[in-house]
Design a protein around this ligand. Sequence first.
Ligand code: NDP
Length: 330
Amino acid sequence: NKVITLKERPSGKPDEKNFELKKEEKPALEDGEILLESKYISVDPYLRGRMRDEDSYITPFKLNEPLSSMVVAKIVESKNDEFQEGDHVSGMLQWKQFQKHTGEDLNKITNKKVPLSAYLGILGLTGLTAYLALKNIGKLKEGETLLVSGAAGAVGSVVGQIGKIKGCRVVGIAGTDEKIDHIKSDFGFDAGINYKTTEDMAKAIKEHCPDGVDVYFDNVGGEILDAAMQNINDFARIINCGAISIYNKEEVPKGMRLEGIMVKKRALMQGFIVRDHADEFQEAIKQLGSWLADDKLKFDETRREGFENVPKAFIEIFEGKNTGKMLVEV
Ligand code: NDP
């Protein structure tokens, strides 16, 4: 049974040498337990934060112990009447090929119409994040302008599409021309900005958002946030969903002072953590599922194959190698 542990805490950008592939005995079941075989493993930017030894909203990973993330797994043996062999579940599970579990807090996958991997993306935490942050903080109104960074990624690509469903002008920011083409032609974004080839981001945002920005969905933080802030409208809503541009920095970089703009524009800026909204998950999954069924929402994913490639896939997120959800097919 293969297992991936955290060998050392990364300094700066994570490296494959920070992780270790180990072998252990396949676990034997006791009454009430199930044996799970990992099928798809999600790799996510926030895991970088858990690799630091510091207080956060979620506990840090321990050295020399398996890491964990959202996983879709198959039940290969069951000594628990509530779970049948052959069924699939998703949940926060360890980076192990096989693991035993009591079944508590696992989500049973019953809808066979969507691919299993969707439970790590569009119907998993990233889809929920897009939907619930827009619902609770963005409060989009028809005709408004929505700007989103990380626009070709798992969360960002769903955010933009929901913006179109709500009748907004949607502008996305991403790191390659191919990604910009992709969000426009496949996801219906009105415009896109490649932040890696654009000298003056504030000016580019102004050009593409001629009526200003009503909602900025921030997945990256840093200088792109500063540029967005220079274009917000009165009563704009800024959703601080993530800050991938600073996750690998050893010191938090200094930036623009925002209080002047915040006052002048009477703007709202609010941090968002999807786990605070567990009571809204069922409603959100229902809505996302119905948009999927009606073809109003599409999703894509970047798959890497093989259990041992989980750390590599995780690192590739910071290199922008993914479009849509990055995951590993075990
Ligand atoms: P993505 O699929 O968007 O992958 C991350 C993308 O970020 C990369 O593909 C890359 O695309 C871009 N990126 C990498 N480095 C930088 C950088 N230095 N500056 C700008 N962009 C960069 O990941 P997710 O959709 O899973 O997550 C997106 C954000 O949402 C993250 O910040 C994550 O932490 C956050 N998040 C927050 C949640 C919450 O509850 N608050 C829940 C889930 C996610 P490119 O080619 O465009 O550079």
